[in-house]
Design a protein around this ligand. Structure first.
Ligand code: HEC
Length: 104
């Protein structure tokens, strides 16, 4: 009985840690990225259309490695600004995972 309690506590802690981590990335995305890339990454915004952003969920974007995407977010890709120093490494890692979650 004690073991079951302990095991479920571990499961709950991990689930909570994962969910808050993901929620943070979603909040960062909404605050920093959605103006151009749109809430769903499709770039279907006034800014996104002017700048011709690609659909973040498209194969063209998704075929790039995590390292490629991290570099783009850190250094920017004209006209997108870089976020190095504005977001922590953890936040940028979270955003890469978030971009992956937009894959179709
Ligand atoms: C000012 C508008 C703007 C903002 C804000 C912005 N981006 Fe971008 N982003 C762009 C544009 C424009 C491109 C396309 C650059 C190109 O392909 O030449 C791009 C490209 C990208 C790419 C690479 C896709 C590709 O074209 O291969 C990723 C990944 C990305 N952005 C993620 C993010 C994330 C994550 C954030 C928030 C931290 C963000 N962007 C904020 C405008 C923006």
């Amino acid at each position: 009985m004690k073991n079951i309690f302990r095991a479920s506590l571990v499961v709950l802690t991990v689930a909570f840690a994962l969910s808050t981590c993901f929620a943070d990335a979603a909040a960062d995305y909404k605050a920093k990225c959605a103006t151009c890339h749109g809430p769903d990454g499709k770039g279907d915004t006034a800014m996104g259309k002017t700048m011709k952003v690609k659909d973040l969920g498209s194969a063209e974007v998704q075929k790039q490695s995590d390292a490629d995407l991290t570099t783009i977010i850190e250094k920017g890709k004209k006209p997108m600004p870089g976020y190095e120093g504005k977001l922590t490494k953890e936040q940028i890692d979270g955003l890469v995972k978030y971009v992956r979650s937009l894959k179709k």
